[in-house]
Design a protein around this ligand. Structure first.
Ligand code: ZN
Length: 346
């Protein structure tokens, strides 16, 4: 849906009092990761998950709602891990939460973040839910797990410099994970092939964290150089008061040109991280199901529901095989910014 920037700016002004929020992928990203993962499932699982795809897509952002909207204090540390705080360069990271608590104390662990350990815990719970064939729990836990695996693929969720605040790059978090995919995500190729069994969940979880962490330097360095080379009014949409305009979460809105150049310099990094998040989410769901003894999921829904959904499933699968995840009507977190005519987003 097209909307002009003038309208958006007015809306922004009205809700400028809302809190500053840093997500792990925005709504667009989390929605597409969970939907992509449903499409990547093998035949024995796919129709059951597809029957509930709307729920799984909507639920993909609920963990962030628990944190920000509900103010659930226990939720915060599950979304990130500050690798630097854990002295990972001197000492290997504790592979299990109990080891981390024994070494650093519960209080510190809750401040430094628990994302990889929470993913492992969710896997245990999801496997149990599959074993017991508890439909609501399977769907709820699977959708939640997709959120945390998504967060683990957002590089800035693995560092203390999570919003570029230590390097003078405030706002880069939402820029990278929300504004860029909202602008350019429609051209992403997200197809992953079919989900695969993962022998060692612990190793796989840490490999996500490690590879996300390795990407931080590049993504910060590229933007830092651009920041130095461009005056503020080339970087941001500017308000009448001469300061950058902000979105509803009080994050600065970058210009289309700036976003486009940065996205090109990243050379597919955002797209690749999204694709990996989809792949790992589907792999983890599949692995939990296998480890639960591959229960039959086809008898958990009415046949009529499945029959009704088959044509939609087929259409989504056709698009999926060309790399597209279709049908998510995600709330945009940034107003549409204008680019050159031939590069108009959407
Ligand atoms: Zn999150």
């Amino acid at each position: 849906m097209k909307k002009t920037f003038i309208v958006s700016a007015a809306v922004l002004f009205l809700i400028a009092g809302s809190v500053s929020v840093v997500h792990g992928w925005g709504t667009w990203g989390h929605n597409h990761i969970n939907k992509g993962a449903v499409l990547a499932l093998p035949q024995e699982m796919s129709m059951f998950f597809y029957n509930h795809v709307d729920y799984i897509v909507e639920e993909s952002t609920v963990p962030d709602l628990r944190k920000y909207t509900m103010g659930d204090k226990a939720e915060g540390p599950r979304h990130y891990i500050d690798m630097e705080k854990y002295d990972y360069k001197i000492d290997p990271m504790p592979r299990k939460l109990e080891e981390a608590i024994a070494k650093y104390s519960l209080d510190s662990v809750n401040r430094y973040g628990t994302l990889p350990w929470h993913i492992q815990d969710m896997m245990v719970k999801l496997t149990t839910a599959f074993k017991q064939k508890r439909k609501t729990e399977i769907l709820f836990l699977a959708a939640d797990l997709g959120h945390y695996i998504g967060d683990a693929h957002m590089p800035l969720h693995t560092t203390i410099n999570h919003n570029g605040q230590l390097t003078g790059q405030q706002g880069i978090h939402a820029f990278w994970e929300s504004q860029l995919p909202e602008l350019f995500g429609k051209n992403y190729k997200l197809y992953t092939g079919e989900a695969k069994y993962i022998k060692n969940i612990e190793t796989a979880t840490w490999s996500m964290i490690d590879s996300s962490y390795e990407r931080i330097e590049k993504l910060l360095k590229l933007e830092r150089k651009m920041k130095n080379d461009n005056p503020e009014d080339k970087q941001y949409l500017m308000g009448n008061d001469g300061t950058p305009l902000k979105n509803k979460f009080r994050q600065p809105i970058h210009t289309y040109e700036y976003a486009h150049i940065y996205h090109e310099l990243l050379d597919g990094m955002v797209e690749k991280q999204m694709r990996l998040a989809i792949q790992f989410t589907a792999d983890f769901w599949y692995t939990a199901w296998i480890n639960a003894g591959s229960p039959d999921l086809s008898d958990m829904d009415n046949e009529s529901l499945t029959e009704r959904n088959i044509p939609y499933y087929k259409a989504d699968m056709k698009a999926w095989k060309t790399g597209k995840v279709k049908g998510c009507k995600s709330d945009k977190e940034f107003p549409e910014v204008k680019g050159p005519k031939n590069e108009q987003p959407n």
